[in-house]
Design a protein around this ligand. Structure first.
Ligand code: PLP
Length: 405
């Protein structure tokens, strides 16, 4: 009789299950459109040249050791991350006025976890709002951090295959003051639909009027348009132009291809710089009680690349390459579906942005694609565009066509 006998089986995590099922499938023709990772045209992971170059230089640096980082992380990395997000002293008032600071985190998920625990335990906020639908991990992370109540704001309009903006505004207007509103900074996961700039302005109005707390989740800066400044527009508008206090959780997993290095940052924007020391002191205890201090390697890599003109230029080229490949796959898939006269309107494939597309395929069609064509996607119909490449586009389009008929 084990002490663990009472432990019940937890539900599987869909995206990892589907990824595993695809890897185990012996079919010679298959496609993995599930997990959110970048793949080259040849279907392989990509070690960015600027990352490789930095790692080679680091491996030859005799001055490097494995001492602990400070609890809140490697300060030059945090500074570089904050500037990548908000701009520098010449463009961002919070940066110029010392009202923005960063805390290194265990990638985007860890940033969300630390931010959520700080909001729940220190600011005593209890309610958070997520878009319907949202990244499937938001709820788990926020409840584990101490939040009591999760509400949804409307986001996806199935008929329009776009944002239900009236619904979104109506739901935010009805939110109690001090609700934490999780907003996707760009490349919304899973829908691939972002608000327009005018719509972001209207969202900022409601956030300010109703005294809501905006928490941006920025997991794809640079991935959406190929330009990190464009992709930070919404966060910059809130922080730099509207002077709204906010938190932004940044991941460097996708835009640097550093998935397993767990490189992230939490950017805090505050209205009064005098509260920063006590805020940092509480964040220090949050981190100390969770994992004590963050890892060094990935943060050093990102910091070195962002602070070196030539490496940074190479990184900008890399994110252009990655985002352009995604755009090409969007065009390629839509063209093929239209050429096959696949029933329905497929224009959303090219209007959506970022790594994912919400195809509109229903549960039965998804199951059919998996069982009959060995094409693996989430049951919501979400596909990772990076799973497509010139060698499998025809196959995938023909299978979608078959599944829809
Ligand atoms: N937020 C969103 C919307 C995501 O899609 C992801 C990753 O898929 C993350 C956060 C966190 O990713 P990571 O913890 O790997 O940085």
């Amino acid at each position: 009789m084990s002490r663990y006998n009472t432990v019940e089986q937890a539900p599987p995590i869909e995206v990892f299950e589907i990824n595993k099922a695809c890897l185990a499938d012996p079919a010679p023709k298959k496609a993995n459109l599930s997990i959110g990772v970048y793949r080259t045209e040849g279907g392989a992971p990509w070690l960015l040249p600027c990352v490789k170059k930095t790692e080679v230089a680091m491996s030859q640096d005799d001055g490097l050791n494995h001492e602990y980082l400070p609890v809140l992380g490697f300060e030059p990395f945090c500074k570089a991350a904050v500037s990548l997000l908000l701009g520098d002293v010449s463009t961002s008032p919070p940066v110029a006025e010392g009202r923005a600071f960063g805390v290194q985190s265990l990638s985007g998920t860890g940033a969300l976890r630390v931010a959520a625990e700080f909001l729940a335990r220190i600011l005593k906020y209890t309610t958070f709002y997520v878009s319907n639908p949202t990244w499937e991990n938001h709820r788990l992370v926020f409840f584990n951090a101490g939040f009591k109540q999760c509400n949804e704001y409307r986001y996806w309009n199935e008929q329009k295959r776009g944002i239900d903006f009236e619904g979104l505004i109506e739901d935010l207007k009805a939110a109690p003051a001090n609700s934490v509103i999780i907003l996707h900074a760009c490349a919304h996961n899973p829908t691939g639909c972002d608000p327009t700039r005018e719509q972001w302005k209207a969202i900022a109005d409601v956030v300010q009027d109703k005294k809501l707390f905006p928490l941006f989740d920025s997991a794809y800066q640079g991935f959406a348009t190929g330009n990190p400044e464009n992709d930070a527009w919404a966060v910059r508008y809130f922080a730099n132009e509207r002077n709204i206090e906010l938190i932004c959780c940044q991941s460097f997993a996708k835009n640097f291809g550093l998935y397993n290095e767990r490189v992230g940052n939490i950017t805090f924007v505050v209205s009064d710089p005098s509260i920063i020391p006590q805020t940092k002191s509480q964040l220090t205890l949050v981190v100390r009680g969770m994992y004590s201090n963050p890892p060094n390697h990935g943060a050093k890599v990102v910091c070195s690349v962002l602070n070196d003109a030539a490496l940074r230029e190479n990184w900008m080229d890399c994110i252009k390459t990655m985002s352009q490949r995604i755009l090409d796959m969007r065009v390629g898939l839509r063209e093929r579906l239209e050429r096959l006269n696949t029933p329905g309107d497929w224009s959303h494939i090219t209007t959506q942005i970022g790594m994912f597309s919400y195809t509109g395929l229903n549960r039965a069609q998804v199951e059919y694609l998996i069982s009959q064509h060995h094409i693996y996607l989430l049951k919501s119909g979400r596909i990772n565009m990076c799973g497509l490449n010139p060698s499998n586009l025809d196959y995938v389009a023909a299978a979608f066509n078959d599944a829809v008929r």
